[in-house]
Design a protein around this ligand. Sequence first.
Ligand SMILES: Nc1ncnc2c1ncn2[C@@H]1O[C@H](COP(=O)(O)OP(=O)(O)OP(=O)(O)O)[C@@H](O)[C@H]1O
Ligand SMILES: [Mg+2]
Length: 345
Amino acid sequence: MFLNSKGLALILALCISAIITGCMFLLPDLPLYAYWVVFLLSIGTSYILIAIVLEFLFFKELRSIYRMFEQIRSNDLSQLEANKKYGHSSLSQIHKEIYDYAHNKQSEINELKQLAQFRRQFLADVSHELKTPIFAAQGFVHTLLDGAIDDKKNRMKFLKKAAKNLDGLDALVQDLLTVSHMEAGDITMQFDSVDLVAQVEEIFDQLESPAGKNGIQLKLNNHFGGEKLVKADSARIDQVLVNLISNAIKYSNEGAEVTVSLIDHIDKVEVCIKDTGVGIPAEHLNRIFERFYRVDKSRSKAAGGTGLGLSIVKHILEAHESEIHVTSTFGEGSEFSFELNKYAG
Ligand SMILES: Nc1ncnc2c1ncn2[C@@H]1O[C@H](COP(=O)(O)OP(=O)(O)OP(=O)(O)O)[C@@H](O)[C@H]1O
Ligand SMILES: [Mg+2]
């Protein structure tokens, strides 16, 4: 109880005034009151000075270090005092060291918690996505085994539906593998010169039939004409363009237009994929690049979408040191754009 700043100050002040008063006995013929005056004055001033020094230099710092240890012991690091101004004394430095250590630990804990939550969510999403096509295919196969195989009129229909669900399952597993390889950094990009004009024209040829079925027009807008050579991984950029152009077709109504523009900048080429389709409501815009995120679930599923396309696009572009931008007006259409470095030879 005595070992606080006041107790310690009182003991030290008593010692100092006893020494001073003791020294006064060396002087001859001093009146008794002089001894008392010096004793009381020295004890009073030394007590005040020592108490102030101890409190501000020592005990205050020790108390906050102790509080910090209490928080660390109770694992309550979230309340740690932030942005504290530290002095130059050794205690302040110790305080700072402990604070930095605890702060780093708290960041690690938060990161681990986030990762655990992320893993739980991912597992739940994957199981949910796998469940639907597996159950559907299983249902059709069992119906056939239970006798529908003899029903000549319907057996082909059931088999086709089972096959369609299994194809969807295959696409989902392929996309999942791509995403997980990219996140693990297992995929290395093979950078080479890629002519975006030729690549977009080839993709238009591939997607002509789904676009034509819905009366959707595909246009290439090549500013200033000629080739557009960029430094990219050809297969991966093809994947990006196919994903974005097929999204533009999938999420458009009859008679819409999909325009791919290739715009020259000093050392980059900007690629814009614009559609006059259904558009994306503003509140979904920053979530569409998340895995499995779909705005209109029924439309995406009906079109065989896995909800992984845009997250793959984002990863591929990140590996090209680029990023994807989107603007959209619900009911009017969307525009996705990104830039690639020009091929420098
Ligand atoms: N051009 C677009 N117009 C309107 N909505 C879009 C467009 N592109 C994407 N979206 C919305 O963003 C969601 C996520 O797109 P993403 O490409 O990741 O998945 P998906 O098309 O559903 O499936 P996948 O591409 O894996 O086959 C889509 O489900 C759709 O709701
Ligand atoms: Mg898609």
